[in-house]
Design a protein around this ligand. Structure first.
Ligand SMILES: Nc1ncnc2c1ncn2[C@@H]1O[C@H](COP(=O)(O)OP(=O)(O)OP(=O)(O)O)[C@@H](O)[C@H]1O
Ligand SMILES: [Mg+2]
Length: 469
């Protein structure tokens, strides 16, 4: 029997403006059994990434037109899990370092020996299959023993959820601050509690402070505590919540609402691990893990000067973004079923699940209140339902109608669904904005992905703005 070639079943894309180099690499990799695509420019390579399944890209850095670095960013916007190996001449090692920072998997200096490039590629492919295996194993594991908070399971197997849980598990034992960002009801508090439970600080307190719920003066006293006589009505010493979180976790919810004065005081506590109670002189040492959450765009608040930049960086050592439910549709039926079962049991009703049609309606709905809204909807439906399976009629009107109103363009994960009958103008607008989300607002990169000139995107956005004004 012929020996299995080492790259068999793998698909590589080689990008270089030197035809000779392309050819020799193609031969080299094909000899090892790989399927090889080649492209003589970044633009052509991007076309391949869009159309073909590729496991790995090898690209030259210096190319006329779209550079290797541009390609790297564009390719990863199209396929975030794609590994890129950068090939570069000695003179551009600095660029290669920059490329690594942008997420290149590895780089190799030209000229190189065949054995070396084969080894680098082999390692990258191995890592890819390990990654894939890892995700599968985690999924299986999640089914057997799901992550839990206070004994209740954290439901969800979408790639976004798996990634979030991975970060939570890795970050939990450290004392690095974590900033949870996400729309209302996406599970920020749940993740904060998970961080605490997985931290090994479980015996110590988990202290919650909602920064939006209290007026500034009261919030300050609550956080930092006060001495007897610090102000009228301070009849005895009171420990602040920061102090009470000693050895445990402090959860600052809606942290974007903190006033400038409290921001400044909090920054000091984070820098020095010390505080003074209001009206007190004693310096108290505190040791706690800070997790904060916000549904506001904190970066924008920093830009417009309402949130301190230095504090932002202190809070944001580890950033966790919880995607809205509509962007992880795979999780919707799982979470719906979970809550149906939970509330059926709680209300002693013999309900076993939901109909296919009801499931479809749930998938079509936008869920502005995310998991919390889904939970509430399922609880209500279970309580009111007469049959053994929840039907569309058991759901509130907006959700029932969602499946009929599918005339709207909507996003499902990394796909935009465009119903027939949509105006071309709307398609263009949505596509531009969704692409900009992927590129973190980088208009040049977005234009490259859309295959239009950068000035076109600026013009279209301007026109839109004028129309809105
Ligand atoms: N993946 C999940 N699995 C199971 N339950 C979840 C999940 N995500 C959220 N929940 C539940 O949904 C509800 C809302 O979650 P949570 O309070 O953590 O959201 P939040 O992001 O803090 O919302 P807000 O911004 O409105 O405060 C809670 O009851 C929580 O237990
Ligand atoms: Mg919350």
């Amino acid at each position: 029997m012929a020996e299995r070639k080492r790259f068999e079943g793998s698909s590589l894309l080689v990008v270089d403006d030197e035809a000779e180099h392309l050819l020799s690499l193609r031969r080299l990799f094909e000899r090892e059994g790989a399927a090889v695509h080649t492209a003589a420019s970044g633009e052509l390579a991007l076309e391949v990434v869009r159309k073909e399944h590729v496991d790995l890209i090898l690209c030259d850095l210096m190319m006329p037109g779209m550079s290797g670095q541009d390609l790297l960013r564009a390719a990863r916007a199209v396929r975030p899990d794609l590994d890129v190996i950068v090939m570069t001449a000695y003179a551009t090692v600095e660029n290669a370092v920059e490329a690594m920072r942008e997420g290149a998997y590895d780089f190799i200096q030209k000229p190189f020996k065949s054995a070396l490039i084969l080894r680098v590629v082999e390692r990258a492919l191995e890592r890819q299959s390990l990654k894939a295996e890892n995700i599968m194993l985690r999924r299986e594991l999640a089914e057997v023993s799901p992550d839990t908070v206070r004994g209740k399971p954290i439901v969800g197997r979408s790639p976004a959820m798996m990634e979030t849980m991975e970060i939570v598990r890795q970050a939990a034992p450290s004392t690095a601050t974590v900033l949870l960002q996400g729309e209302s009801g996406t599970g920020k508090e749940l993740m904060a509690r998970a961080l605490h439970e997985y931290s090994g600080r479980l015996e110590a307190p988990f202290v919650v402070v909602n920064c939006a719920a209290l007026p500034e003066s009261i919030l300050e006293a609550e956080l930092f505590g006060y001495e007897k006589g610090a102000f009228t009505g301070a009849s005895e010493r009171k420990l602040g919540r920061i102090e009470r979180a000693h050895k445990g976790t402090l959860f600052l919810d809606e942290v974007g609402e903190l006033s400038p004065q409290v921001q400044a005081k909090l920054l000091r506590v984070l820098q020095e691990n010390e505080l003074e109670r209001l009206g007190g002189h004693e310096t108290i040492h505190v040791d706690f893990r800070l997790v904060s959450a916000t549904n506001r765009d904190l970066e924008a608040a920093v830009q417009n000067g309402t949130f301190r930049e230095d504090l932002y960086y202190r809070l944001n050592v580890i950033a966790v973004r919880l995607p809205p439910l509509r962007d992880r549709p795979e999780d919707i039926p799982l979470i719906a079923d979970h809550f149906v079962r939970r509330y059926a049991k709680k209300n002693a009703k013999p309900i076993t699940g939901i109909t296919e049609e009801a499931r479809k309606a749930c998938l079509a709905y936008r869920w502005p209140g995310n998991v919390r809204e889904l939970e509430n909807v399922m609880e209500r439906a279970v309580v009111l339902a007469k049959g053994e399976v929840l039907d569309t009629l058991d759901l509130p009107e907006p959700i029932r109608n969602a499946s009929r109103e599918r005339g709207e363009i909507r996003r499902e994960g990394r796909t935009v669904v465009i119903p027939l009958g949509t105006k071309l103008e709307d398609v263009e607008r949505v596509l531009i904005h969704e692409t900009l989300k992927e590129t973190d607002g980088d208009k040049t990169l977005a234009a490259q992905l859309l295959g239009i000139a950068a000035r076109t995107i600026y013009r279209k956005l301007d026109a839109e703005k004028k129309k809105d004004d």
